[in-house]
Design a protein around this ligand. Sequence first.
Ligand SMILES: [Zn+2]
Length: 100
Amino acid sequence: MNKVREYCPKCKLKYHIEPSFYTGSMYVSYGVGIAVAVAAYVLTLIFGLDFGPTGIMLSIVAALLITMSYIGAVSKSIWAHFFLKYNPEIAKKVSNDSRT
Ligand SMILES: [Zn+2]
């Protein structure tokens, strides 16, 4: 689930800069998961749903289960953006290559 490619198919940027690089994305996924949980809780308040504590907990768990693969993908993307650099020259070259 949510496999990251070894290299960018266009500019050959290496996505795995060290072994188990994306294991660190679990730190990011914790924060993203908290954000989803808070959003689920706020949505139950906005829509005036009175589930009680157990119902709120179950709705948060349901929201986390539904968005689980998305949270994993977003977390890996955020984690990669901490360490991988955007090179405008390579990007320009790649966009020129794709036009031909
Ligand atoms: Zn690329």
